[in-house]
Design a protein around this ligand. Structure first.
Ligand code: UDP
Length: 318
């Protein structure tokens, strides 16, 4: 039975990975400092092959016994979060990645780094292939995330080349689904909560900027394939279905049946104007491509948001 550590395991993606690897027969150690993760995301797990450890991976990571895989997913991931926690974001991408790689080396474990489409910054090449080096403002407010992840990629490749650690790097494009926080700050959770609560949807800028949204179950399948693959170079995972943010807001209004309207607010600094993954490498090396359509994925996510909002009302009722 493989024994696997997931840092950031109580977060949105990390918790789905815990579920997936348990169904694939792994013993899972979930590590999280709960800065942006939440124990509710793993509260349903009943397996005796699962353990939660509260730990900040920017400090030395101690795990007893064998480890076969380390999935390094710890990091704030919403622009709102990394604006609120800029130093923690830089530390977990740099110091945290160093500790996790050191552990992988000591345990002879395979290592998967959660990197991001943000390494491409505000891209001048479209769609983005892995060979594109990106257009990042290192000193802008998003630089704390983008540069931390770029450093994390460089460190990961250095551990691969210098120490022979079996490393993989995934560049994750916008992903959505159940367990995103109601106040996560990213476009889909914001729009869903606003639509369901009868608030106006907050579109930043004119809404013509584009993103390409992938449903979480598709992403997790791609991550699993990458983990087992021999790909040591970065691989994009995401859904190439590109749309404008205004189109997304309107789709959410339609699917929720909400009568909310759209408010146009200022565009945050360095907000990328376009983003779409080129997934040719994932297709050919992993035999992977996304399968869940936008409406199907959004309906699942809407059901989760409705349930969570209901629960919240029950808790706050006197
Ligand atoms: N956005 C928006 N309204 C919101 C939240 C985000 O219009 O309430 C925009 C944001 O400016 C960006 C896009 O939606 O252009 C995607 O933002 P998100 O925070 O989801 O992720 P990003 O792709 O920027 O990391």
């Amino acid at each position: 039975m493989p024994r696997t550590l997931i840092t950031g395991g109580a977060g949105f993606l990390g918790s789905h990975l815990c579920d997936h690897l348990l169904t694939k027969g792994h013993e899972v150690i979930c590590m999280d400092n709960l800065l942006t993760g939440n124990e509710n995301n793993i509260a349903h797990i009943r397996s005796d092959k699962f353990a939660f450890v509260k730990h900040d991976v920017t400090n030395y990571i101690e795990v007893d016994g064998r480890l076969d895989y380390i999935l390094h997913f710890a990091s704030p991931a919403s622009p709102d979060d990394y604006l609120q926690f800029p130093i923690q974001t830089l530390k977990v991408g740099s110091l945290g990645t160093h500790k996790a790689l050191g552990l992988a080396k000591a345990k002879k474990a395979a290592f998967l780094l959660a990197s991001t489409s943000e390494v491409y910054g505000d891209p001048l090449v479209h769609p983005q292939k892995e060979s594109y080096w990106g257009n990042v403002n290192p000193v802008g407010p998003r630089g704390v995330y983008d540069e931390a992840k770029r450093f994390a990629e460089a460190l990961t490749m250095a551990y691969h080349r210098a120490h022979g650690v079996d490393t993989k790097i995934v560049r994750i494009f916008n992903t959505y689904g159940p367990r995103m926080r109601l106040k996560d700050g990213r476009a889909i959770p914001n729009f869903l909560r606003q639509a369901l609560e009868g608030e106006n949807l907050t579109v930043y800028g004119d809404g013509n900027q584009t993103r390409s949204f992938c449903y979480v179950a598709d992403l997790v399948e791609g991550l699993y394939r990458l983990l087992l693959s021999g790909c040591n170079e970065p691989v994009n995972l995401g859904n190439p279905n590109e749309m404008t943010i205004e189109e997304m807001a309107r789709k959410i209004l339609q699917l929720t049946g909400s009568r909310s309207r759209i408010d146009y607010l200022p565009l945050p600094q360095d907000d990328p104007k376009v983003r779409q993954p080129d997934i040719a490498n994932a297709r050919s090396y992993l035999g992977w491509e996304p399968r869940v359509g936008l409406e199907e994925g959004l309906r699942e996510t809407i059901a989760y948001f409705k349930k969570t909002l209901e629960l919240q009302k029950t808790w706050t009722r006197p």
